[in-house]
Design a protein around this ligand. Structure first.
Ligand SMILES: Cc1ncc(COP(=O)(O)O)c(C=O)c1O
Length: 392
């Protein structure tokens, strides 16, 4: 039995190879310290768990049945209220908000709705692997926009070939950025909007880390804050990182109603939206109107400082990101590839990182460390890295 060309063309997930290294070490009894995947290690706040328990036991709403494809209106209204409070962006809950079974699922649905085989998609590199993976699944012509350190990890729109810009259907950007930790500027967003309008390109913003600012002087924006952006763009938001609930699978796509309607056509074939109890719990959580992500941002800020200070003290050159939950840094010069470095470091220290090559062509030469490890273990990891004898 032969799988589809689509599947045969999908590369093996780099992180599966990292997992192999990790499980090998665990089998040997090594005490592994894992900075690999951005999987929040803390639980959601207690009241959120209680909201979910109440929703599970709520007989009145029959929360264990199939959901409407678009999710319940209470949830969409709660998202509209949150966007209004947080970004001063007005969204119509009937047509401009689509609840997703995690934004990862929504990305694939959107790509399937907007990319035919061979269509050109402008995707940042490095990027969250699903941003590029979904384009491969859609058999698109992927044009990687390199995010370079010297450009503050913002894509250089002027560097995109005019012929590519002309045929592009789709341009995605993600700030605060995974994996680089870079942040947006209003000017950059304005340039993107102008570029999208000029070339008739659908603009896709991913703000999965918008609630994880690590500095008081930086408040992440929504792309939809720009006047008229809704005419040309959709935006993805995820509850996974802000509230430590990646397993709940809750995200939203908001913005252009036509794009939402077309994406919904794919979704109705694929799923029945989020578990209803989760939808009702999230509606309650978002309606509380408090900044529940703040303690999380503070946690990541402390961990960032312990890790960055520790690595600087042992001679690494590590930037201090202003947002998100990742450290993105160059591998030591003596290594030719990030995977080789990750494997050798893991063998010598039991410390796991993600190789930059897993985040797209421009990720090679870097590693990513997710701040999902407690402070004392971060200190221990730094000590082990120092003891491993792998110098910078
Ligand atoms: C930039 C970005 N977007 C989306 C996601 C996926 O989030 P979700 O859990 O909502 O699928 C992630 C997860 O790491 C991410 O880094």
């Amino acid at each position: 039995m032969k799988a589809s060309k689509r599947v045969l063309n999908m590369p093996t997930y780099v992180f599966a190879a990292v997992d192999e290294v990790k499980f090998d070490l665990l089998k040997k009894g090594v005490d592994v310290i894992d900075f690999g995947i951005g999987n929040p290690d803390r639980r959601p706040p207690k009241f959120m768990l209680e909201a979910l328990k109440r929703a599970i036991d709520d007989d009145e709403h029959q929360n264990h049945r199939y959901s409407q494809f678009m999710g319940v209106i209470e949830l969409r209204e709660a998202v509209a209220n949150w966007y209004k409070r947080r970004f001063n962006v007005t969204l119509d809950p009937e047509t401009e908000i689509l609840p997703l079974v995690g934004s990862k699922e929504g990305l694939l649905s959107l790509y399937m709705a907007y990319l035919d085989k061979g269509d050109t998609a402008l995707i940042p590199s490095p990027c969250y692997p699903a941003h590029i993976g979904a384009a491969r699944a859609a058999e698109a012509d992927i044009q990687e926009m390199g995010l370079l350190e010297e450009n503050a990890f913002l894509p250089d729109l002027d560097a995109i070939d005019e012929a590519v810009a002309k045929r592009a259907k789709f341009l995605l950007f993600n700030y605060p950025n995974n994996p680089t930790g870079a942040i947006e500027t209003r000017e950059f967003y304005e340039d993107v909007l102008e570029y999208g309008i000029k070339h008739d390109i659908l603009l896709i913003s991913d703000i999965a880390y918008s609630e994880l600012s690590l500095e008081p002087d930086y408040v992440p924006m929504s792309f939809l804050e720009l006047p008229d952006a809704k005419k040309y763009a959709v935006e993805f938001y995820s509850c996974s990182k802000s509230y430590n609930m990646p397993g709940w699978r809750v995200g939203f796509m908001v913005g252009n109603r036509e794009v939402i309607a077309n994406t919904l056509k794919i979704k109705t074939t694929k799923d029945f939206s989020i578990f209803l109890a989760v939808q009702r719990a999230i509606a309650e959580i978002l309606n509380k109107g408090e900044d529940f992500a703040k303690p999380n941002a503070e946690l990541y800020r402390r961990r960032r400082d312990v890790l960055v200070d520790g690595l600087l003290a042992i001679g690494w050159h590590v930037p201090r990101p202003k947002a998100g939950m990742y450290i993105w840094t160059k591998i030591p010069e003596q290594f030719s590839g990030s995977m080789t470095f990750v494997k050798e470091l893991a063998q010598k220290s039991g410390v796991i990182m993600s190789p930059g090559s897993g985040f797209g062509g421009y990720g090679e030469g870097y590693v990513r460390m997710a701040l999902v490890v407690e402070e004392d273990r971060i200190k221990e990891a730094v000590q082990r890295i120092a003891d491993s004898g792998i110098l910078r």
